[in-house]
Design a protein around this ligand. Structure first.
Ligand code: C2E
Ligand code: CA
Ligand code: CA
Length: 697
């Protein structure tokens, strides 16, 4: 190797050539970069490390002024330091430097005076140590420490003795233990006893011995006693020689994640509003129940629960009250359900109840009865009291269907049958319901057409005052002349019209037609009495008072000549709305009668709040009034109730003179029925009135 140090060494002080060779060899072996300058800052010596850092050779450095030795970006700084060194100063720096020759390095540098044997300054020495690797390691350690301090994962370092050496702040935050309470302890201290089969650390040590790493769940008990489920990674850390040094345990808090997963599961399987199982979960349960029933030969039942007229309630109350009501209903259904039953929300106002282990169909009937009963109690909603009833359809496995879809579908069909039967009741599925629900649909279409083709007529049944024997009213009863089906009685089409909402336009037509007809009779001098029009619940929600006002105005009829017949159940449907609407009608001067009285469940306290004029004793009590003492008693009670409330009482469906006698004795004011006349087409009314007045009837 060419000895760069030898090249231009000061000849005046030259040591022996051999001596110099040793010195040069030593300097070149030395890892630190060394540069020596004389008092003029001319470079005298540069060792191999220095030349490597400068990216040059000895020939280009020795004999040059310092200004020419260093790269331009460093030269000013170093020259200043060298000059200071000539003045006796020592400077030390540790810094990252970009060097054209070797790139980015961390240098620990020292610039100091060079002294002769007498202590005189004869030059300056620049030495630099490349500490890049140390600096990098330090930086890594610093970053590692930062992570250790700031990570949200709990970290615990154990020594070879398996005792805690070091824990991070997250460890303390998660477990509640400050470092002082765990250092030197075994980690078993943290394990929650009783929650896992045995001490998990037995497994952990075992696995570490063989695999060097372990992962799994460990349930800790925090310092406050609360359980802390954790996900742990434990690794064995060995030093360079392979001797065991440490164990490192890293753990995350699983409780957050478990909560999240539980939440996800809730969203997937439970209805958000009511917290009941949703369709998906119910489907699973039905499938399970079916396969169990198939194995054991047992049965199961599905109850399809549909709230009656809920949409009307929702529209009038508003959505948030409607939601509260749904939650209350769900709760009642849940409470009234048998043990083991699943109550699920199936649609907006529909619920499906699964009875998984059905002994007999009776059990389903009992369950349905209990659900109806639970719903019957009034709700307080938005300062109002209202009753929510439901219609329930029942399908039983395997008789009514052997798979889920069929069972659900048939339960729904049965529910529709319950609606047609007047709501607030339940029905078992029967095969002919399928046919009937198809007929119902067909009927609805026919009704629509009938309305468009003017196929409806009103018949009129006279009402008689028992004292004066005068005609004091005409009840308008609807008839449908269908081109093929002939004369269809109202009981066959009114329920379908109510269900489909067609009753609203149909009812409006009836009101107008009755007013028009009455006006015509009055103009002809035939009649001076009101016409009574039947109205359905649905019409109440659709501005009944405005419809009546319009009908009267169109006909030019005074409002006293219009009477509306409302059934008990219509009024009880929504008591507050009924009171409101009836009040408006009453103020208009329209008369109001309560129809089919005795068949509903109206409470007396409500009855007093309705501004009624008349009470109609239902035909069912009149039929057996002579033979059945119960019916006679009820009829009597109704009459005296009406008297107390100062209402006129009319008995309907009177067919015999004996019935009439009896009713007169009870104190009934008026009557209508076949005894006097069946409902008549309008054109026959004139003849009837003439006959009646002449005493022919
Ligand atoms: P409703 O209001 O109770 O009417 C009395 C029913 O008894 C009428 O049946 C009438 O024809 C019948 N009836 C009257 N006297 C006697 C009698 O002496 N013996 C027997 N066996 N029956 C008698 P109809 O006309 O078949 O009407 C049935 C039901 O249809 C009505 O019961 C009413 O609820 C409903 N309805 C009829 N027309 C309308 C209407 O325009 N609108 C609404 N919403 N419902 C109506
Ligand atoms: Ca009526
Ligand atoms: Ca009636």
């Amino acid at each position: 190797m060419d000895s760069p140090l030898a090249a231009r060494f000061d000849a005046g002080n030259r040591p022996s050539s051999a001596q110099w060779s040793y010195t040069a060899a030593l300097l070149n072996r030395f890892g630190d970069a060394l540069l020596a300058f004389d008092k003029q800052l001319v470079c005298r010596i540069a060792n191999a490390s220095a030349l490597e850092l400068l990216g040059t050779s000895a020939d280009h450095v020795t004999g040059l002024h310092a200004r020419q030795v260093y790269p331009p970006e460093h030269v000013d700084r170093v020259v200043a330091q060298l000059e200071a060194a000539l003045g006796g100063e020592v400077s030390r720096t540790r810094a990252w430097r970009d060097l054209p020759s070797v790139g980015r390095r961390c240098l620990d540098a020292r610039v100091e005076p060079c002294l002769d044997a007498d202590g005189r300054i004869v030059g300056a020495l620049h030495s630099a140590r490349d500490v890049t690797e140390v600096a990098e390691a330090e930086e890594r350690a610093r970053l590692a420490m930062m992570m250790f301090e700031h990570t949200t994962e709990g970290l615990m370092v154990l020594g070879a003795d398996r005792r805690v050496r070091l824990v991070n702040p997250a460890f303390s935050a998660l477990t509640g233990y400050p470092p002082g309470e765990v250092l030197g302890e075994r980690p078993d201290l943290l394990v929650a006893g009783g929650t896992q089969n045995h001490n998990p650390y037995l497994d952990i040590w075992h696995a570490l011995e063989y695999d060097g790493t372990w992962q799994g769940e460990v349930i800790y008990r925090g310092r406050d006693g609360k359980l802390l489920p954790t996900w742990q990674t434990v690794v064995r850390v060995r030093d360079g020689e392979g001797d065991l040094e440490h164990y490192l345990a890293i753990f995350t808090d699983l409780s957050e994640r478990q909560r999240f997963e539980q939440q996800l599961e809730r969203l997937a399987y439970y209805d958000v509003l009511t917290s009941l199982p949703n369709r998906a979960l119910l489907s699973d349960r039905i499938a399970q129940a079916i396969s169990r029933a198939e194995r054991t030969g047992g049965g199961l039942a599905l109850l399809f629960v549909d709230l009656d007229r809920f949409k009307v309630i929702n529209d009038t109350l508003g959505n948030s009250q409607g939601d509260r009501l749904l939650r209350a209903v769900s709760q009642r259904l849940g409470e009234a359900a048998d043990d083991g039953a699943t109550v699920s929300r199936y649609g907006a106002d529909q619920f499906l109840l699964l009875l998984p282990e059905l002994g007999s169909p009776d059990q389903a009937a009992t369950q349905a009865g209990r659900l109806l009963l639970a719903l019957a109690a009034p709700h307080e909603a938005g300062g109002q009291t209202l009753t929510v009833t439901a219609s329930i359809g029942i399908a039983v496995f395997p008789d009514d269907g052997e798979d889920r879809e069929t069972l659900v579908q048939h339960a729904e069909t049965a529910m529709q049958a319950a609606k047609r039967a007047g709501r607030n009741t339940f029905r078992f599925f029967t095969q002919d319901m399928n046919q009937r629900s198809a007929e119902f649909l067909l009927l609805e279409n026919h009704l629509r057409q009938g309305l468009a083709r003017d196929e409806f007529r009103l018949y009129y049944q006279p009402q008689i005052d028992l004292k004066t024997r005068k005609v004091i009213g005409m009840e308008a009863l609807m008839r449908w002349r269908h081109p093929e089906m002939g004369l269809v009685p109202p009981n066959r089409f009114i329920p379908a019209a109510e269900e489909s909402g067609l009753i609203v336009p149909l009812g409006r037509w009836a009101m107008k037609e009755a007013c028009r007809q009455n006006k015509a009779w009055q103009a002809a001098g035939l009649l001076t009495a009101p016409v009574a029009v039947n109205v359905s619940a649905r019409q109440f929600a659709e501005q009944l008072d405005e419809v009546a006002a319009e009908a009267l105005a169109e006909a030019g009829l005074a409002s006293e000549w219009l009477e509306l017949e409302v059934t008990e159940s219509t009024l009880m449907d929504d008591v507050n709305e009924a009171i409101l609407t009836l009040g408006k009608l009453k103020r208009m001067g329209v008369r109001l009668a309560i129809d089919d009285f005795g068949t509903g469940y109206s409470s007396l306290s409500y009855l007093k709040r309705f501004p009624l004029d008349k009470l109609k004793v239902d035909r069912s009590f009149v039929i057996d009034i002579l033979d059945d003492p119960d019916d006679a008693a009820i009829a009597g009670a109704i009459v005296s109730l009406a008297k107390n409330l100062r209402l006129t009482v009319i008995a309907e469906g009177v067919e015999t003179a004996q019935q009439l006698d009896f009713l007169e004795q009870l104190g009934c004011d008026e009557m209508q029925g076949f005894l006097v006349a069946a409902p008549l087409p309008a054109e026959k009314v004139a003849d009837f009135l003439a006959d009646w007045h002449s005493g022919k009837v």
